[in-house]
Write a protein that binds this ligand. Structure first.
Ligand code: GTR
Length: 411
């Protein structure tokens, strides 16, 4: 009986908490977004030089101190150990490499296992799509017995791209009790600092170490790496892509709150909800902003603007209201002034594109997939089409198969 009452009160607590989330556009509070082009000292930024020399760094520091935690990239050494090489993967269409990237600091180490397929029909080292895998390992099965829309490796290979993935849990387990057992062992002071990085910071750190690896692998084009993340992985991909200008293209798929979506709209997931449910994702300072979105010195359009002038592709799914498609789209639109500093015009229409439509024309791309919160083959095909248009040196008509894929998308 006591158990029954406990269960009832738990269910009530859950439904009260769920009811507190807003899904009604009419109830979005009035808000003013901080301006990416006005510094903390109220100086207006009007050139690329001013942006790069002052405001960009200022914004990175604000995101580090208040949201994702401090950025660290110092380590003693990085070693690469081939775990497996198969020259005839995917029926001879690709070379498979599994490598262990080990990073050492002060006698501690972190080991990241990278799965990498490289197409055989492309002469020059190809661009790479790198997925931060926050789901089960079998989504990136190197044996290809399991094939998943979450990482449709064959389609990417046939389109002339290398395709890679690592498990974010290698960097930090997605668990409030054990998140500190990976990367944070290298930087133990993070655990006591109010701006110490936690799991999302560690995942972004790991993506940057994989970038260090790509720079050492002559079989891929490290100047054309597209980092991709879905949902919590999308938050980390954005944070890595914002920090590290070596990533040529950044893809945020359904990343939602503290990803691409504007926090000040308080639509769907809120800062309080995310901090309470996932206390191990962001720095301790971020908890100060529970129910206090308007006080955060940044909003997520500023994170997107840190990708400028590189390629940025953001997605939503029509039924994924928790991740606020409208707030995600507005966030992208509000990053446009920083792209404009580089002479890049946004061609994004005023209103959220209808479900099923994709905008590939400008360097800030967007699509609103029909359906639920997920990363699917449809999403990936759009990433490939977008990369084919904008990532220089990639001939989007290279293979017949690629042309067919592009046609299928638009027909
Ligand atoms: C949800 C979380 C979101 C998003 C999602 C996911 O529970 O509230 O912020 O990250 O998980 O990763 O699929």
């Amino acid at each position: 009986m006591i158990r029954f009452f406990k269960l009832c009160s738990l269910l009530i607590a859950i439904s009260v908490a769920a009811a507190a989330q807003n899904y009604d556009e009419a109830k979005v509070p009035a808000y003013v977004l901080p301006d990416p082009l006005v510094t903390a000292l109220q100086k207006r930024i009007s050139s690329q030089v001013e942006w790069e020399n002052s405001r960009r760094t200022e914004l990175l520091t604000l995101f580090a101190d208040h949201v994702y935690g401090a950025i660290r990239n110092d380590y003693d050494s990085l070693s690469i150990r081939p775990v497996l090489v198969n020259e005839h993967a995917m029926n001879g269409r690709a070379k498979l490499k599994i490598v262990e990237v080990a990073v050492f600091k002060s006698g501690k180490s972190v080991r990241l296992e990278l799965v990498l397929f490289i197409p055989k029909h492309v002469a020059a080292p190809p661009p790479v799509f790198l997925l931060l895998n926050n789901r089960d390992k079998n989504n990136t099965d190197p044996t290809r017995v399991v094939k998943s829309g979450f990482w449709p490796a064959e389609m990417l290979i046939d389109s002339g791209y290398a395709v890679a993935a690592f498990q974010v849990s290698d960097a930090a387990p997605d668990n409030k009790d054990t998140y500190h057992t990976g990367v944070l062992q290298l930087y133990p002071q993070m655990l006591i600092q109010p701006n110490g990085m936690k799991a999302i910071g560690a995942w972004a750190w790991a993506a940057r170490r994989i970038m260090d690896y790509f720079e050492r692998d002559a079989e891929v084009n490290a100047k054309k790496v597209c980092i991709v993340g879905h949902s919590r992985g999308g938050k980390a991909a954005l944070w890595a892509g914002a920090q590290d200008q070596r990533f040529a293209m950044v893809v945020s798929n359904c990343s939602g709150n503290t990803g691409a979506a504007l926090a000040r709209r308080k639509f769907g997931e809120t800062i309080r909800r995310i901090n309470e449910q996932f206390p191990h994702w962001f720095c301790e300072n971020y908890k100060k902003y529970n129910d206090n979105e308007q006080a955060v010195p940044v909003d997520q359009h500023m994170l997107l603007s840190l990708v400028a002038p590189r390629l940025l592709y953001v997605t939503s799914a029509s039924k994924d209201l928790w991740a606020d498609p409208t707030g995600t789209y507005l966030s992208l639109k509000n990053a446009a002034p920083v792209y404009a500093l580089y002479g890049i015009k946004s061609t994004l229409p005023e209103k959220l594109p209808s479900p099923g439509s994709a905008l590939h024309q400008s360097r800030m791309g967007y699509h609103n997939r029909e359906g639920e919160h997920n990363l699917t083959a449809w999403d990936w095909r759009n990433f490939v089409v977008f990369a084919g248009i904008h990532l220089k040196g990639v001939d989007r008509n290279k293979t017949d198969r690629q042309q067919k894929l592009t046609r299928t998308l638009y027909e």
